[in-house]
Design a protein around this ligand. Structure first.
Ligand SMILES: [Fe+2]
Ligand SMILES: [Fe+2]
Length: 313
């Protein structure tokens, strides 16, 4: 199934954030970033982030949002456009410093790192506002046919830059990440395949990020032990728990963030079923805390197992 306009734009945000992480990680190595990587980064952000992603929003999404009642002046669109402009200025500085670095001025490296950090932090904040606030707002205001119109506009902007523009720059992003070993095995999986894999696990998963915001749950279209709705996505986990258990949630999260604990587990009897509930601290290979994974499993049948079964029925 082809992607919706918001899935495409959110994929752009996520891919770009991975590129930022990769480049800044390369700056943190004793040898510094290879020039090849810095040049690929410059191409990616200039040609794709500024030259394509922002253009898709400015030429197609924002005008539609305005037509559906989101004010351009003094409202969220004005903030988004101002941040695009600020990001262009930050990018201009990055570009000048990359030019000096590639001309052999090694002393410019620290200044370049700071400029990239500033650019990345500006855009990460901007992406978050769009993904979590602006896009859902526009989706709610849309009228029949609007989705298709924005999608067609996005495809036209990409096509104007050449064939397979998005795939080409996602390939470049993958190369950049691969150069610093930031190439998780799941990178090659389409998000819908990854989601289907997670939905096939015999456990229910929920994930809250490092800021305690609910970001994901599995088995949306299945019978669940603990049903969840999409409304919980983007909400602080403390708001999804009864007041009397919030202190427990906070203690688990504090221990995970501080690295004092990696797992917290509970088991309860629920309507004749024995339910095992575990929380795991999720960390990337560098040890950075990414969030907390809740794993809920009906273990009634597992506990009832006796003897062995070594052959298929
Ligand atoms: Fe934007
Ligand atoms: Fe964006």
């Amino acid at each position: 199934m082809s992607k919706t306009w918001s899935e495409i734009l959110i994929d752009d945000h996520q891919t770009t954030e991975r590129v930022f992480d990769a480049v800044l990680q390369a700056f943190a190595t004793p040898a510094g970033p290879p020039l090849r990587l810095v040049l690929k980064f410059r191409s990616y952000v200039r040609e794709y982030v500024d030259g394509c992603h922002n253009k898709k929003e400015e030429d197609h999404l924002f005008p539609l949002a305005e037509a559906r009642g989101v004010p351009r002046q003094g409202g969220p669109l004005a903030v988004m456009l101002m941040e695009h402009e600020q990001s262009r200025q930050a990018l201009e500085l990055v570009t000048q410093l990359v030019d000096r670095y590639s001309a052999g001025e090694a002393g410019v490296l620290e200044e370049l790192r700071e400029a990239i950090e500033g650019y990345a932090s500006l855009l990460k904040g901007h992406f978050w506002k769009e993904t979590d606030v602006l896009y859902p707002m526009v989706r709610r205001l849309m009228e029949p046919g609007d989705d298709a119109q924005v999608l067609a506009g996005i495809e036209a902007t990409e096509a104007a830059l050449g064939p397979d523009t998005r795939a080409k720059y996602y390939g470049l992003a993958k190369e950049i990440c691969g150069m610093v070993g930031l190439d998780p095995l799941s990178f090659a999986l389409a998000p819908d395949v990854l989601a289907a894999i997670l939905d096939t696990l015999p456990v229910e998963l929920s994930f809250v990020d490092a800021e305690d915001t609910v970001r994901y749950f599995s088995h949306e279209h299945h019978d669940k032990i603990f049903p969840r709705t999409r409304g919980s996505i983007g909400v602080k986990v403390q708001q999804c728990h009864p007041a009397k258990s919030v202190h427990l949630v906070n203690r688990i999260l504090a221990d995970f963030k501080a690295g004092k604990k990696r797992v917290a587990e509970f088991w309860i009897d629920l309507g004749g079923r024995r339910v095992h509930i575990r929380y795991f601290a999720v960390r990337n290979p560098q040890g950075q805390y990414l969030g907390c994974l809740e794993v809920v499993q009906d273990i009634t049948a597992i506990q009832a197992l006796t003897g062995e079964r070594r052959l298929l029925d």
